[in-house]
Design a protein around this ligand. Sequence first.
Ligand code: NIG
Ligand code: FE
Length: 393
Amino acid sequence: MSETTALLNIGSLVTNDPALGDGALGIITDAAIVMQDRRVSWVGRSADVDPTTTVIDLEGRAVLPGFVDSHAHLMFAGDRADEFAARMSGEAYAAGGIRRTVTATRAATDEHLAANLRRLAAELRRSGVTTFETKSGYGLTTIDEARALGIARSVTDETTYLGAHVVPAEFEGRPDDYVALVAGDMLDSCAPNAKWIDVFCDRGAFDVDQARTVLLAGIAAGLAPRLHANQLQHGGGVQLAVELDAASADHCTHLDDRDIEALAASNTVATLLPGAEFSTRSPYPDARRLLDAGATIALATDCNPGSSYTTSMSLMIALAVREMHMTPDEAVWSATRGGAKALRRSDIGRLSPGSRADILSLNAPSHIHLAYRPGVDLIDRVWQSPLTPKVAA
Ligand code: NIG
Ligand code: FE
């Protein structure tokens, strides 16, 4: 018989299903969850739980879906602490720093890259993340991009081919030759271990036409598009993401009214990455304008060694609330259900019958404490269902 576990005496449960409880977060107080076969089989009032095999008493703690970190760059070696320190002394952030990590990543062994990935994945889990996406993008040769994705695929289903991160030094002055490689042989080698394709479409990286070429090639190879857009300056990235029905347009720091209208009318999630603005001391994206227009927002860490070296979704929530004027409810939704939508997943980011039993309990009575107690580790326990079976590489 399969094991059934009940989590009892949950002070405040975020289900993210408005049909199950109060408000957009579907909050149930004095709640319980029953899990069976790594799925949620029942949610409701603690007093109404049927007798079950195993009972865990949450003693009034808050419970929410595990965080979904829908944007991270974990396949790298080395760090750029010196660059961060220089920035904090007044230097500007530029896309070119990526090439330093490319040099270190190419020189690293497979074992080193895998160990660094496992270290960051463990950090994510300790900070309450139960699903994370990771990109390639620091190899930028066919062999180095393919090995990054092969290693990444062993720890997450959400892998993204980002061969078009920047033009590597050996292609200096020949960006179109590099785009042809990314959309050709490199794609062929990377597609078997990737679900998504992404391009850094911005100043110092790739323009809209180059991004379109790469994304269309990826789509033809069976990958689904997402796009780094409008981080460093205003450009056509968001419009391209919407045109191609990308799951997500990421960063969205520089948007005009047309971009906001286009996102609001689309299925493309605006993924905001406040760790990047925090760590590059840049203006934050205008989350309120997006929300008021009806756009869907995801919050993610953007964990990478250059612009946002953090695995803390709690910090993203605190920044979104304090600096981007999201309410605590909106920020928690965007860090869970919003992230799931940015990955086009309906089995995660919510706690209702049939969803995966990816669950987070807090050493706090409500989810509001994630923003109310910034910088405090409130993660109590994390339940995470295993990866789905691997596709053949
Ligand atoms: O999301 N924007 C492009 N890529 C990363 C930065 C990577 C780096 O600086 O190494 C980002 O911020
Ligand atoms: Fe990024």
